[in-house]
Design a protein around this ligand. Structure first.
Ligand code: ZN
Length: 463
């Protein structure tokens, strides 16, 4: 059944705030052609049952990591850390084949849609086979992710990862990293070969230099030039300053902390997403924010890995943009990332409603609008909310959910973020106007879940 190309909602969250009596119209591609507030419902035009909020772009995902959630939550060393977690992650990553990656990603994208995400930036580095040899068809793993996104119906920005070294100064990569490695010309060929498949399904292709520890300066320059030749507006994502050790190693190597190094040696600007950027000096935070780059925040993963708290205070002083990602997928829930981001700030500052804006005192509303705008910029796709020219990506809250029933639309969103069982307060989700979740469930839920569980059983048995 073809979805309607028009919908009326009593309440909808537009880029400027909540509006009453909103009529949305979209075209065959799922792009909004008109967004009109103050309208009355018309006979024959479908009506939303609950308030509409823009779909959340998930700006940072490593899909395969969903396959081993729960398997690293025990103490293996006296002081477990990101680095001991990474060893366990590499052991799991070493075994996954393309069919398994596709099954894991399909289930993950179903979960994302049910949890309010309507597009995803895949920071994809599992390129080669388990021995580190390219597949016969080199982009096989990336194509598996594109197929998963297409089946689930989630929008995608595909970010093949450039990974060349095991540490700052070109330290050789070790065996656990062999599936990730490309020289720069090989990466350019990979991008070229993926462009048609991305274009065919409306996915955006960008590039992710993994981190400064994994990409030497000369390769970074060459790869960015190569990307510009392919698409001079393509998104660029990089992990940066996630861990104190990474900052210390970068200073030992270059005399500068990693964000400062990037600002001085790379054209950081609005095309860039600085993923994590947890450990910055106040000056670094303000200066990086002023470039227009998006901070890619993954609060539940950063908590799970013990990374630290992002310096939102100085980032905002620089007018910084930000969005959220589910990264390692220990949590897959757009509302929960917002909740954790705000709670981290409340605990650190001993204040409440830290992320309110001068014109928007309601924290959940202010955070949703900021994260949608930042996530859309990071993904390089027209998913920046309910406005003409943007994609019709939106979430309908469930007005009958016990946590929401009887509240104003604005308070329903607050309850969804801070006081509900989160995913269960979502009634439906549309991507490019097409219904992907109805009554809280995705049509592929049972089949995708069964395939995922089977793959995980195999992976755990092989461990
Ligand atoms: Zn990451």
């Amino acid at each position: 059944m073809k979805d309607a190309s028009s919908l009326w909602a009593a309440d909808a969250l537009l880029p400027g705030g909540w509006a009453r009596g909103v009529t949305l119209d979209w075209d065959d591609r799922g792009r909004l052609t008109a967004v009109r507030a103050g309208t009355a419902p018309e006979p024959g035009r479908p009506r939303a049952a609950g308030p509409l909020v823009p779909g959340m772009p998930n700006l940072h995902s490593h899909a395969f990591q969903r396959g081993f959630c729960g398997l690293t939550e025990y103490r293996a060393q006296v002081a477990d850390s990101f680095w001991s977690w990474r060893e366990l992650m590499y052991r799991c990553a070493g075994r996954i084949d393309p069919a398994q990656a596709e099954a894991i990603a399909t289930w993950l994208y179903v979960e994302m849609l049910e949890a309010g995400y309507t597009s995803v930036c895949e920071f994809h580095y599992l390129h080669h086979d388990a021995q580190g040899r390219p597949y016969a068809q080199a982009p096989e793993m990336a194509l598996a992710l594109l197929r998963a996104a297409d089946r689930a119906g989630i929008g995608m920005t595909l970010l093949p990862v450039l990974y060349q070294a095991g540490g700052f100064g070109g330290v050789a990569a070790h065996a656990g990293q062999r599936r990730f490695l490309h020289d720069t010309p090989a990466m350019m060929r990979l991008l070229d070969s993926l462009k048609p498949a991305c274009d065919a399904q409306g996915a955006r292709l960008g590039l992710a230099p993994h981190s400064l520890r994994a990409v030497p300066p000369g390769s970074l320059r060459e790869a960015l030039a190569g990307l510009d030749a392919l698409d001079a507006t393509a998104p660029i994502h990089i992990h940066v300053a996630e861990q104190v050790k990474e900052v210390e190693d970068c200073i030992a190597w270059s005399g500068l902390p990693p964000v400062r190094w990037l600002l001085e040696h790379a054209p950081v600007g609005p095309r860039w997403c600085l993923v994590h950027a947890t450990h910055m000096t106040p000056d670094e935070a303000r200066d990086a924010a002023r470039t227009g780059a998006v901070a890619g925040l993954c609060p539940t993963t950063e908590a799970n890995l013990g990374d630290g708290l992002f310096d939102m205070v100085h980032w905002r002083e620089g007018g910084g943009r930000w969005g959220v990602g589910s990264d390692s997928h220990s949590t897959v829930n757009a509302a929960e990332e917002l909740q954790w981001l705000e709670y981290g700030l409340r605990l650190a500052k001993r204040q409440r409603n830290v992320m309110a804006e001068p014109g928007q005192p309601h924290v959940a509303t202010a955070m949703t609008l900021a994260a949608v705008a930042g996530g859309a910029r990071a993904g390089g796709r027209p998913v920046a909310g309910l406005a003409p020219g943007q994609q019709a990506d939106f979430v309908e809250l469930d007005p009958d959910h016990i946590a929401l029933a009887g509240l104003s639309a604005q308070d329903m969103l607050s309850a969804h973020v801070f006081g509900s069982h989160r995913t269960s307060a979502i009634r439906s989700v549309r991507v490019a106007g097409r219904t992907r979740v109805q009554d809280g469930r995705h049509a592929l839920r049972e089949a995708a879940a069964a395939a995922f569980v089977e793959v995980r059983r195999t992976l755990v048995a092989e461990a």
